[in-house]
Design a protein around this ligand. Sequence first.
Ligand code: ADP
Ligand code: MG
Length: 247
Amino acid sequence: MVAPPDNDVLWARALHYTHKDGSPALSGVSLGVRQGEILAVAGPSGSGKTTLLRCLAGLVRVREGEVWFNSSPVHTPGPLARERLRRDRFGWIDPAPALVPELNVWENTALPLMLRGTSRRRAKGTALEWLERLDVGELARKRPHQLRQAERQRVCIARALAPAPTVLFADEPTAPLHRADRGHILRTLTTASRSHGITVVLATHDAETAALADRTVALLDGRCVKTVELPPAGDTTEGRAACSLSV
Ligand code: ADP
Ligand code: MG
């Protein structure tokens, strides 16, 4: 086992992953993510983006290959150690906003900080700052069901950024949103990450989103490829004009 190069915060070599039902998802993916960069993982639906992010974040253990975070292996520790790594160093944003319905917006946002041991008072202060940055500060005392979907997704992004994770995994974070909401949220996410030195791994199936990243890794059928056909933003229907993304 060889530790990754020093300038890569995250590094994966020859990842193979097959789902429990036998569906192949990754077939020999290798990549490095540099400290502070925004890396897009682009590819059409089913190309393995979510599986790759889950392997890199230690949510699932790879069957074959290696994943390293700084100089620590992510592919060998057991579930508890990987859970601690995710809690202390990683953030995650899902395509659909998932919040705890019994907690209000600031409590949801403060939750990861409190899980890390931050006091309720400090966690609340940090949560409120991030909610302001995401333009949902005035909703801090509302419950998730009182919010629109785009507002709930802003809260999820504030929740992921508030603990200042070393690496933020964003799995198609704006996929279910209208174009106007999408652009604004993505700009806020990328600006906040750059100003706080947060490394971002951003899965996307549209070329416009990938264009916001510093660099793109393209996936097709579980392999890294040089060029991938991606629909323009907002077009998820098959058979429409596709644009080609070369990396
Ligand atoms: P993407 O995020 O690019 O849409 P995924 O990583 O979700 O791609 O899927 C890659 C492949 O793995 C696809 O063939 C998909 O059908 C399969 N797959 C994804 N999740 C599961 C699962 N939970 N069980 C079985 N197969 C899955
Ligand atoms: Mg996916």
